[in-house]
Design a protein around this ligand. Structure first.
Ligand code: ASP
Length: 581
C-alpha cells in the first residue's frame, strides 16, 4: 500500500510514530505561520499541519493544494493542543515532513460535506463526488452490512446462493418487461427478469431444496416517487415446507438482521389475516407502531336520521387520544385532508369527548349525549379524546380512514423512525378483479397456490378463494411477499384458465414450467424481500435512492452516463430495428 495507515485510525497511542497517509484534501486553513489540511479517505479525516518556520518550502507548496487533490503525505503523529472530541482522530495531528501530489482535482461543483450545497440533479450527475460524502457512504456501508448478514444467516440455514439468467423471455403477466433485441435472432427479443420466479421454482424441481439470491430485478413501470426501474431483491425458495416454515425462517432472518445490524431484539412478530388488516387498518400493510384501530359503528350510527350514515355501506371511526382539545381550525384542516382527491372522503364527522365527560360533535343534531356515549364506549375513548368518523362505500372509506389514521399517527408522533414493528399479513385473496380488462388477475402471481380448502371455489366464486400468500410488513412498509406455489400441472392449468389464458397461450409462455411439474416437482414456496427498501428502512429513510450507489432519477434516467440514449444506425441495422418517428 502507498500508505501506512488510513485517515480514520490514528489516535493518542500513535504519538511519535512516523506515518504515511493518502487521501483527498477536504479543506485547508491558512493561519499565517501554519497551514492545516484535513485529509479524508473512506475511513475518516486526519488533520495535517505544515509549519512555515520549520519548512517554508513545504508549507508554501501545501498552501497551493486545492480541494479534492489526492495526496500522499509523510510525517509524525503529534498530540493536538486544540483537541476535537467529535472526531475519532481528534486528539492528534500529523506534522507533515513531505508530500506528493498523486493527482490534481478541478474544484468540485458542490461541497463534499455532510450538508452539501449541491442540488439533487447536480449530485446525480457527479454521483462519484456525491459518493465521497459521509451520509451516502454510511448508507452504502449499511447496505453492505445487511447483505453480508443476510448471506450469513441464509448460509447457516442451508440455503444455496445460485444465479439465474438476466436474459430471459417476455411474459405478459405482472408489470411491463424491459426487452433486449437479439442480434443473432433478428426480430426476437430477450426480456430482463421482473423476478427469478420461474427459475427458482425450477431449482426446486431440480432438488436444490433451499435457494437464495441477492438479485437485480427489472420492471418497466410508470415511475412513481421512489421507484427504480432496476432494484434488488433477497429472493428465496424452499422445498418440502408449509407456509408456517417459511414465515418462521424469514422472521428469523429479519430478527437476525435487526440484532446484528441495529442491535435491536424484535420480540413480537404478529400475524394478521388480510381481512383483519383491511377491517382494522384499512390497509394490507398496516403500521402497527401505534394502535388507533378502526372501530365499525354501523349498528350505532345507522338509521338515526342522519342521511350520510344511512346511505353508507360502512360507518367507521378511530379514536385519537388526547386530541379532544382540537380547535375549529385544526378540525377544518383534518376535514380538508380527508377531502383531498387522493384521499377521497366526502367529509369528516368528529366527536370531542370533553374533560367534563360531555360530548361535542359535528352531528349533535342527530345523536344525543347518550348515543355519543355508546360510540365512545365502542371506540374505547376517554375524556380528552377525539373520535373521527368516516362513512361511505366500504373499500373507499377504509382507504380514506387509513390515511387519516396515519396522519394522526404522524401528528401525535407515534411513528418514530427508531421503533420497528414487523408483522406478517397472511391469507391474501388469490385473485382480484380488474375493471379495465374485465378479468381476474393474480393478486400475487399466477404460481401462487390457493388454500386447499378453497380450491373448490376457483370456478364458482373466484373472488372468495384465499391464497397461501403472505407479506412481510415493517412500520407500514411492504418489505416483501411470497407464497406457497402450485406444484401440480393440472392446478396450474386451472389457474391459467381462470386468468384468461387459452391452453395454447399457457403452453407457449409457461409450458417449460408445467412440463417440469410432470417430473417430480416437490411442494415448495418462497418469498422475495425488497432489499433496497429494507436497507432504507434500517437507515430511517423513505428514499431507496439514497441507498443505491448509482440510482436512476425520478424520470428513470441515469443523468451521469446519460442513459437511456440513442444507438447508431449501424447498431440498429445489425439488430434489424427501425425507429419510427
Ligand atoms: N417473485 C415474487 C415477487 O417478486 C416473490 C415471490 O413470490 O417469491 O414479488
Amino acid at each position: 500500500m502507498l500508505r501506512s495507515h488510513t485517515c480514520g485510525e490514528l489516535n493518542i497511542n500513535n504519538i511519535g510514530q512516523e506515518v504515511t497517509l493518502t487521501g483527498w484534501v477536504q479543506k485547508s486553513r491558512d493561519l499565517g505561520g501554519m497551514t492545516f489540511i484535513d485529509l479524508r479517505d473512506r475511513y475518516g479525516i486526519t488533520q495535517l499541519v505544515f509549519n512555515m518556520e520549520l519548512d517554508p518550502g513545504l508549507c508554501g507548496k501545501a498552501r497551493k493544494l486545492g480541494r479534492e487533490y489526492v495526496i500522499k503525505v509523510t510525517g509524525k503523529v503529534a498530540e493536538r493542543s486544540n483537541k476535537n472530541p467529535k472526531m475519532p482522530t481528534g486528539d492528534i495531528e500529523i506534522i507533515a515532513e513531505s508530500f506528493d501530489i498523486l493527482n490534481e482535482s478541478k474544484t468540485p461543483p458542490f461541497t463534499i460535506e455532510d450538508k452539501t450545497d449541491g442540488g439533487d440533479e447536480l449530485r446525480m450527475k457527479y454521483r462519484y463526488l456525491d459518493l465521497r460524502r459521509n451520509p451516502v457512504k454510511r448508507n452504502l456501508e449499511l447496505r453492505h452490512k445487511i447483505s453480508i448478514e443476510t448471506r450469513k444467516y441464509l448460509d447457516s440455514e442451508q440455503f444455496f446462493e445460485i444465479e439465474t439468467p438476466f436474459l430471459i423471455k417476455s411474459t405478459p403477466e405482472g408489470a411491463r418487461d424491459f426487452v433486449v433485441p437479439s442480434r443473432m435472432h433478428s426480430g426476437q427479443f430477450y426480456a430482463l427478469p421482473q423476478s427469478p420466479q420461474t427459475f427458482k421454482q425450477l431449482l426446486m424441481v431440480a432438488g436444490y431444496d433451499r435457494y437464495f439470491q441477492l438479485v437485480r430485478c427489472f420492471r418497466d413501470e410508470d415511475l412513481r416517487a421512489d421507484r427504480q426501474p432496476e432494484f434488488t431483491q433477497i429472493d428465496c425458495e424452499m422445498s418440502f415446507v408449509t407456509q408456517e416454515d417459511i414465515l418462521n425462517t424469514f422472521e428469523g432472518l429479519a430478527k437476525h438482521l435487526f440484532k446484528t445490524v441495529k442491535g435491536i431484539d424484535i420480540e413480537e412478530f404478529p400475524r394478521i389475516s388480510y381481512d383483519d388488516a383491511m377491517r382494522l387498518y384499512g390497509s394490507d400493510k398496516p403500521d402497527i407502531r401505534f394502535g388507533m384501530e378502526f372501530v365499525e359503528l354501523n349498528d350505532l350510527a345507522k338509521e338515526k336520521g342522519f342521511v350520510v350514515f344511512d346511505k353508507a355501506e360502512l360507518v367507521v371511526g378511530i379514536n385519537a387520544p388526547g386530541c379532544g382539545n382540537y380547535s375549529r381550525k385544526q378540525l377544518d384542516k383534518l376535514t380538508d385532508f380527508v377531502r383531498k382527491p387522493q384521499i377521497g372522503a366526502q367529509g369528516l364527522v368528529y366527536v370531542k369527548y370533553n374533560e367534563d365527560s360531555t360530548f361535542k360533535s359535528s352531528v349533535d343534531k342527530f345523536f344525543d349525549q347518550e348515543a355519543l356515549k355508546t360510540w365512545a364506549a365502542k371506540l374505547g375513548a376517554k375524556p380528552g379524546d377525539l373520535m373521527l368518523v368516516l362513512a361511505g362505500a366500504t373499500d373507499k372509506t377504509r382507504k380514506a380512514l387509513n390515511e387519516l389514521r396515519l396522519e394522526m399517527g404522524n401528528r401525535l408522533e407515534l411513528r418514530g423512525k427508531d421503533v420497528f414493528k414487523p408483522l406478517w399479513v397472511v391469507d391474501f385473496p388469490l385473485l382480484e378483479w380488474d375493471e379495465d380488462s374485465e378479468r381476474w388477475h393474480a393478486m400475487h402471481h399466477p404460481f401462487t397456490s390457493p388454500k386447499p380448502e378453497d380450491i373448490g371455489y376457483m370456478e364458482t366464486d373466484p373472488g372468495k378463494v384465499r391464497a397461501n400468500a403472505y407479506d412481510m410488513v415493517i412500520n407500514g412498509v411492504e418489505i416483501g411477499g411470497g407464497s406457497i406455489r402450485i406444484h401440480n400441472k393440472d392446478l396450474q392449468k386451472r389457474m391459467f384458465t381462470l386468468l384468461g389464458f387459452s391452453d395454447e397461450e399457457a403452453q407457449d409462455q409457461f409450458g417449460f414450467l408445467m412440463n417440469a411439474f410432470e417430473y417430480g416437482a416437490p411442494p415448495h414456496g418462497g418469498i422475495a424481500l425488497g432489499f433496497d427498501r429494507l436497507v432504507a428502512l434500517f437507515g430511517g429513510s423513505d428514499s431507496i435512492r439514497d441507498y443505491i450507489a448509482f440510482p436512476k432519477n425520478n424520470a428513470g434516467r441515469d443523468v451521469m452516463i446519460d442513459s437511456p440514449s440513442g444507438i447508431s444506425q449501424e447498431q440498429l441495422d445489425e439488430l434489424g430495428l427501425k425507429i419510427v418517428e
